[in-house]
Design a protein around this ligand. Structure first.
Ligand SMILES: Cc1cc2nc3c(=O)[nH]c(=O)nc-3n(C[C@H](O)[C@H](O)[C@H](O)COP(=O)(O)OP(=O)(O)OC[C@H]3O[C@@H](n4cnc5c(N)ncnc54)[C@H](O)[C@@H]3O)c2cc1C
Length: 398
């Protein structure tokens, strides 16, 4: 039976776009199906057309020169020369209704006493609280690190696996350490999707997948179906569990029950005259309704400033979020030039995650079903692409 495509990828976040990029470069006829009307998933440079296209990141905001797989894609697409350096501005803490220096919550003596343990403290299999409490001290963990880490992963950090938080990767010396693009990180998804030989269909929610002999059949919510010789799931773990086709029960069992953190992101843009706040990278919240706020001050604009506040789920109603964010920024809701509410989701990994992934990989071995996402090595864009690359090599050969 002729198939519609060589490879169908489900999900057009960076994991799925990476998976599709790698197979397109192998000369395979590749299709991405994306449920929402927008590609990029957690990468979302929120553009405000009414403000002349001014944008602020509603999700992922920084790439680093240690992102080797990302940089290889940028090289393929001729984008590496277009990266923009980020202006160095610092994060502050937001504690008890005031902006404070990050170091105000650091206990120097405790840190100095604990840090030598970093050389022998085991990281694998331990929670963030256990590991960082040991290597930087319990008080440092309680007063500073737990808030900084939850600001990064936008969820409580205590029980998150320590090895999934930061991973050392080699740096590429010919590229700026931390970078973005003139139009934001969404430049990357847009360029991957626009390349020749790769088709992307948005507004296509996949409802079911079946394995039929040597092919996969994908049924969409409108009832139509498409076939491919290979298929990659690049969706969050709860969706991957639900879409896992019959015949892959061991794979489904391995990943069922992986939690997801819901994040209510509020993106605000202001005319510069509305704010007196000095330029800053963002805020790390200590016991508040939001985890963190990230500003656009790393790439200053002549007229506007922008901020994304990442709120805890169900903590505040949308209007109350705007009021709270404005109060923190020292301004009022009537000075907001443009706003957007964005739903972000990130995996809530727990200890034992490595064993789940090992079971999944055993169940997938020898099949033409790939599973990728930001829930394998860690949550960064590069972690996601590392998995997409290794799944591409497994399914299609090195
Ligand atoms: C606020 C925030 C800030 C971050 N900052 C950084 C940063 O600075 N640097 C960094 O490296 N990383 C950062 N990250 C992490 C990184 O952006 C994400 O982990 C990564 O982009 C996730 O990509 P993904 O493709 O795995 O998942 P997603 O982006 O979640 O993509 C999954 C896609 O699947 C689609 N989908 C779901 N169900 C279906 C279905 N049934 N059918 C079809 N499609 C479906 C979804 O609509 C979505 O587009 C940040 C994340 C957040 C939320």
């Amino acid at each position: 039976m002729p198939k519609d495509f060589d490879h169908i990828v489900i999900g057009a976040g960076i994991s799925g776009l990476g998976a599709a990029h790698f197979s397109t470069r192998r000369g395979l006829k590749t299709l991405i199906l994306e449920a929402s009307e927008r590609i990029g998933g957690c990468i979302n440079s929120q553009r405000f057309e009414a403000l002349g296209g001014y944008w602020t990141e509603g999700g992922g905001h920084t790439c680093f020169n240690s992102y080797g797989n990302m940089l290889s894609i940028l090289d393929d697409l001729g984008l590496t020369a277009q990266v923009q350096p980020k202006v160095k501005v610092g994060y502050s803490l937001w504690k008890d209704g005031k902006r404070r220096k990050v170091t105000s919550q650091l206990h120097f003596f405790e840190a100095a006493r604990s840090i030598p343990r970093i050389f022998k403290a085991p990281k694998v299999g331990r929670s963030v609280r256990d590991y960082y409490g040991e290597v930087l001290g319990q008080r440092n963990y309680q007063d500073l690190l737990q808030h900084a880490f939850q600001a990064v992963i936008c969820q409580p950090a205590d029980d998150y696996p320590a090895e999934a938080l930061f991973r050392r990767k080699p740096r590429r010396k010919d590229v700026i350490k931390a970078f973005t693009f003139a139009e934001g990180i969404s430049t990357i998804p847009a360029a991957i999707a626009a390349q020749e030989g790769l088709e992307v269909r948005t507004g296509q929610q996949v409802a079911e997948i079946q394995r039929q002999d040597a092919a996969f059949s994908v049924r969409l919510q409108d009832g139509s179906a498409l076939t491919a010789g290979a298929l990659t799931l690049a969706v969050p773990p709860d969706v991957a569990t639900q879409l896992m086709p019959a015949g892959f029960e061991a794979a489904r069992d391995a990943i069922s029950g992986i939690g997801m953190a819901e994040i209510e992101t509020l993106v605000l843009a202001f005319d510069k005259s509305a704010l007196t706040l000095p330029p800053m990278a963002g805020l790390i919240a200590v016991e508040d309704a939001f985890y963190s706020a990230v500003s656009r001050d790393f790439l200053p604009d002549a007229r506007y400033r922008g901020f994304a506040f990442h709120f805890k789920p169900n903590a505040l109603a949308p209007e109350a979020q705007v009021e709270r964010a404005c109060a923190i920024l020292g301004t009022s809701p009537d000075r907001v030039a443009a706003q957007a509410h964005v739903a972000n989701r990130l995996p809530a990994l727990r200890s034992g995650h490595g064993e789940r992934v090992a079971k999944l990989d055993t169940a997938l071995a020898g099949t033409r079903l790939g599973v990728t996402g930001n829930w394998f090595f860690g949550v960064s864009m590069e972690d996601a692409l590392t998995r997409s690359r290794s799944e591409s090599d497994r399914v299609f050969g090195q």
